[in-house]
Design a protein around this ligand. Sequence first.
Ligand SMILES: *Cc1c(COP(=O)(O)O)cnc(C)c1O
Length: 393
Amino acid sequence: MEEREYLKRYAIELQARKEAGLYREITVFCSAQEKQVRIEDKKYHMFASNSYLDLCNDPKIKEYVSEILQVYGYGSGGSRLTTGTTKIHQELENIIAEWKGREAALVYNTGYMANVGILSALAKAGDVIYSDALNHASIIDGCRLSKAETVVYAHNDMKDLERKIKQHPKRSGIIVSDGVFSMDGDIVDLPGMLELSRKYQLLTILDEAHATGVIGETGKGTEEYYHREGEVDLIMGTLSKAVGSEGGYVCGSKLLIEYLKNTSRSFIFSTALSPITMAASIAGIRKIQKEPKRVRALQENIRYFRELLQSYGMDVHTETAIFPIMAYTEEKAVEWMKELKEAGYYVPAIRYPTVEKKKARLRIALMATHQKEELYGLAQQLATKCREKEGKV
Ligand SMILES: *Cc1c(COP(=O)(O)O)cnc(C)c1O
């Protein structure tokens, strides 16, 4: 075959990634997404899933989804504004709006598409989007796709945010932040953010992907956690994490939701999700509402695991289901991941570009159904690794 010179640069870049410990490969699971999973013939304790409430394979939800499957089939056949909206789609949007205490809601195909579509529609040329330095990639891409100027403020630093707002006097704009930050597991300073939004008349958007089903007394998220319900202009989130299904959503005033319906390109130009995916989301949310003990079990696991790690002298203080265990170097993170896998724990190493270079870490995600013995077993493993790293053995 003739040489294809123009392909060489991709091979060179991949090789460089391999050498830097940054090469990514897909893990194939041979079981449902639950707290016990199978990879080939081996079983693992799952400590990596976003399915915080363990709702991806729930028998009751499957029953409901099967009923909807029999009636509506599995394909939606069109985009939401043409032929793709069924009564199931409409019902889900009503349920989300009611759950989050808003006038209206809109479901996108993914949370990624929601962020990209919301920011590119609402932020205009001449506007400023103030975005936290650790916001999710989908927010970053939404900023890039909008015609507004993006100003990144230091992570969760309201003093820096105010300084930057003052540098752009009289400009209209948006403050956007994760509610719970996806790689560090910490919670946004919502009171601070709301105060600045009022003072400078800026629209607020909160990404509740890792907050919904996790924080707040009944798992409603960041607003409930701070007892500031209904104050953020737009709440966006995903149905693919604690809810156990797939899809993204946004909710807020009728005005803003109607505006997005009419202008948000990732909502308009893509085929609607399947009615069965919508049904799984409906049943997942209903379950979270009807069984508060699920959210409480998750919150109890978070408390137990945090206190256990602290008792081993580890520097953790997360109140969410995400526990970053810092390895710093990419090689160390990958080595730890492999060792834990050998011991039967599936825990991912998170590396650049998901986090900064030399800030590689293990990212542990807890589930409501993890037993204390499983948490204890993993904590032992982690404590040993951290002690070794600090040369204390
Ligand atoms: C996962 C995630 C998203 C994207 O949601 P998907 O439904 O997976 O596309 C958006 N924002 C944050 C903070 C996330 O963690």
